[in-house]
Design a protein around this ligand. Sequence first.
Ligand code: HEC
Ligand code: HEC
Length: 311
Amino acid sequence: MKDGDPMTATPANVVLKGLASVFAIAGAMLAAAAPAAAQANADAIKRGEYIFRAADCAPCHTDTKNKGALLAGGRALPTPFGTFYSPNITADPVNGIGKWSDGDFTRALREGVSPDGSHYFPVFPYTSFTLMTDQDIKDLKAYIFSLPTVALANKPHDIGFPFNLRFLQVGWKMLFFTEGVYKPDPAKSAEWNRGAYLTEALGHCAECHTPRNLLGGMDRSRWMAGSIDGPEGEMAPNITPHEATGIGEWDDIDLAYMLKTGAVPGGDVVGSLMAEVIRESTSKLTDADRTAMAKYLLSLPAVDHKIEKPR
Ligand code: HEC
Ligand code: HEC
């Protein structure tokens, strides 16, 4: 008997045959796993779309006024420090965030830090998004990466010295930023915690409705109590349940209905930036989520802070 005779069952041949069947089985398992992975990705994209709506990412990152493409950036965001232009956050590898890992994306939202280590300006409300769970951030990225890419270069911000110095953001963060995922309050109901998460982490309502100090930090003692110089110079009303200066006369049904339709008690309709929030974000949520948000907001401390209503 010669070595290497193909027809003979040497121990080596037996091992090879055994290996071949192992590979065949593994191959079959992989083929079965591929649709499962595709299904998992489709599920993530679906969950991510809801997060995308609840967090209202589209309006800031889309230059709707000039018919810009979805998430291609370039929307002007005037602030007391100058005009910022939102960046392209489509998955375009050159102009957008197509090369970012899940870790890069999480760090941007959680810490306000870019993949190259520089610090974002808080006009990007990472100050609220830091509260988002890892899972929601991952799902959100899956959804954004499922959208069409756009090859549009970013426009530089038009902000004056010294506000344009990114490294100064380190100091700003030390003063005004608390990093970390939302921690449910075990003393409160699941509905309250859901409302808090939707309002604070995703809806970032406080970013517009809380007054800011001269350095642009949110005043924690007047949370949601309104701002006379809100985004784009608009007045954002006091939405604490204060009877005279806030929405103390509304109940959760009024508030949930307003978040769905824009109609406020008394027959008026909200305008301006809030109309955009409702159109792009809160009107797309479930009734249960809007009710949870309404109940949460009405449970906050009432703050006496008169804002002249812009309407
Ligand atoms: C209020 C407007 C606003 C909202 C809302 C907003 N962004 Fe942004 N975003 C900005 C601005 C402005 C910047 C640029 C910040 C800077 O240059 O420091 C930015 C930066 C980013 C970056 C970094 C891009 C880069 O090239 O480094 C990412 C990623 C991002 N945003 C994703 C999101 C996501 C996801 C959402 C929704 C969860 C969101 N943004 C909501 C205004 C906004
Ligand atoms: C981009 C800034 C911005 C964000 C984000 C925002 N709002 Fe508003 N909101 C406004 C402005 C501006 C008005 C005043 C609208 C008007 O002129 O009719 C307003 C009005 C309101 C009113 C009506 C109050 C009244 O007395 O008539 C309520 C309630 C409200 N917002 C709740 C919310 C909630 C809840 C969220 C988070 C999901 C939110 N807002 C997010 C800017 C914002």
